[in-house]
Every structure is written in C-alpha cells, then in structure tokens.
Design a protein around this ligand. Structure first.
Ligand code: AMP
Length: 289
C-alpha cells in the first residue's frame, strides 16, 4: 500500500526575550506579527489569516501572547484574565503560525523597568479617558514586541479602533519601519463582537450583550437616513442599550475617526464607539458612520 505523508505544522514556541531576538528568520522574506493577550477566538484567527496572506509563501507569521500587566488598572481583570495555554497553542498550530512568543511578565519587565511610551493626543478620549494609563501600557508593550520580534508588518483589529489609531500614530511618530494592517471586526452570529472577555458573561448577560451592536446599527441607520445631529444619534442608540436591564453604559460617543475627538454633527469620517458593563464584564464596540 502506498504510504501517505502528512505535513505536520510546527509552531516554534519561544518564551524568553533573548531566544526571540536570537531567532533567525530561516530565510523567511517577511515576518508578520499578530500581538494578542491570548484566549484566542475567531477574531484573532482572522488576524492570523490576514497575517498569513501578508507573509506570503516564503514569509512567516509570529503571534505573541502576553497578558500585559502594564495596561490593566489596579482592581481590573488582570488576575482572572483567561490563559488557556494548551488550547491557544493548538489554535496557533492549526492556523499555520510559525512562531508563538509567550513571555512571562518578568521576562518583559525587569523590577527596575523605568521607560514607557506614551501617546498624548488620541489617547485622551474614549478608552483612554475611562482607563487612564491603559494606552501607555499598550504602546510600551507593542514597542517592545516590535523591537524583540522585528516584524515587517503587524496586524491589529478594528474592534479596538482607538488602539489601532494609536499604534499607527506611534509607528509614525517614532519612525518604526513596520507596516500596520487593520482587520475588520469578527462577530458572533447574533452580532456580538468576538472577545476573550465574552466568556465572563452569564447566560442572561450573553443574551443581552448583542444590544451594543443593535445600538450601533441603529446609529448607522439614522446617519444613512440623513440625521446629522450627534445628540440625536447617540440618544437613539442609548435608548436601545437601556432597553437591556443588565447593560450599564460607560461611554457612548460620536467622534471624528481620525482625531477621535467628540463631534456635535456628523462628518465625512465619523465613528460611534461604545463601552458598556454587563455585570463586571466591560465590552467595547464601534462602527464607522
Ligand atoms: P486582545 O487579545 O483582545 O488584546 O486582541 C488582540 C488583537 O485582536 C487586537 O488587535 C484586537 O483588536 C484584535 N481583536 C480582538 N477581538 C477582535 C474581533 N472580534 N475582531 C477582530 N479583531 C479582534
């Protein structure tokens, strides 16, 4: 009988900064990085798929999994953030990831760590306002990952629209020679944006969470119908969210999609963004108008 030869994909798992820096490219032409905090879901897998395409046949895809303490507030969900190591590794293997960089916090930050990267304009609204210091943590860790893994490009999701904008700004202002690729938000069938935090939701909270998407779609419907008043659009969206007894809005704002500054009347390039709590779980979403 003819023997069949299976190609078993291997993921090179790297846990130290020194090993990651030493990692030769094995002749790979391009390296594309997908930074994550793990607990991988379909959203992450889409980013990896986009990275795979951008890398091409000869290129390699690196995924980082690091729950970055610097971007969590005291009393946030850092401790309980899900860390399904084996499952994540399997998903990476199945998705054709070449390198999985999974450092410990001690590897990334020495005890006397004292330098950080801060963006000071786009970070002042939305998530930045609700979570002081969050983007400082994000920029710092992403800058470190860029230095350690030296990718040619990196993929970030539009679900974290403000983060994507801030990373683009950091790359521009600090002259990183890295292309930033944005990826559209991946959703569950009922419209809820995929998120590692969705697993915190109780069954009733999970049932009500798609109200965020419904509110954003209503905003888009009004905007499409010619409504220009930000207050009117936000009011309509707020009513929909408030229809869910378990939802507690943190912010619901219409902003210019470039500056992320609040606007009073709809412009060419507008974005509506929401953050809301369902119990202890904070979810975010956004849509371009
Ligand atoms: P996280 O692990 O939540 O820090 O996310 C890692 C990357 O995945 C970020 O660039 C996110 O914007 C992106 N991401 C998370 N959820 C989604 C989603 N539902 N659709 C697309 N990208 C996502």
């Amino acid at each position: 009988m003819e023997s069949r030869c299976a190609i078993i994909a291997t993921v090179h798992v790297v846990q130290t900064v020194a090993a990651a820096i030493a990692l030769a490219r094995n002749g790979a032409e391009r390296r594309i990085l997908v930074p994550t905090m793990g607990a991988l879901h379909r959203g992450h897998l889409e980013l990896i798929r986009i990275a795979r395409t951008a890398a091409g046949k000869e290129g390699e895809v690196a995924v980082s999994i690091f729950v970055n303490p610097l971007q969590f507030a005291a009393g946030g969900d850092f401790e309980k953030y899900p860390r399904p190591e084996t499952g994540d590794e399997e998903l990476c293997r199945g998705a054709g990831v070449d390198i999985l960089f999974r450092p410990s916090a001690d590897e990334m930050y020495t005890n006397d760590f004292s330098v950080a990267v801060e963006e000071n304009s786009l970070s002042s609204t939305l998530e930045g306002k609700s979570r002081p210091g969050h983007f400082r943590g994000v920029c710092t860790v992403v800058a470190k990952l860029f230095h350690v893994l030296a990718p040619d490009a990196a993929v970030f999701g539009e679900k974290d629209f403000q983060q994507l904008a801030i990373i683009r700004r950091m790359v521009r202002d600090l002259n990183f020679r890295i292309e930033i690729i944005g990826a559209p938000t991946v959703r569950e069938t009922d419209g809820l944006a995929c998120s590692s935090r969705n697993q915190y939701l109780s069954p009733t909270e999970r049932q009500q969470a798609p109200v965020l998407r419904a509110a954003l779609l209503e905003a888009a419907r009004l905007a499409g119908g010619g409504e220009r008043s930000a207050a009117a659009i936000i009011d309509a969206a707020r009513k929909i969210i408030n229809g869910s007894p378990l939802a507690r809005i943190d912010y619901l704002e219409l902003v210019n999609a470039e500056t992320l500054a609040p606007i009073e009347a709809l412009e060419e390039n507008s974005l509506i963004a929401v953050a809301a709590f369902f119990g202890q779980t904070r979810l975010i979403d956004n849509i371009r108008l």
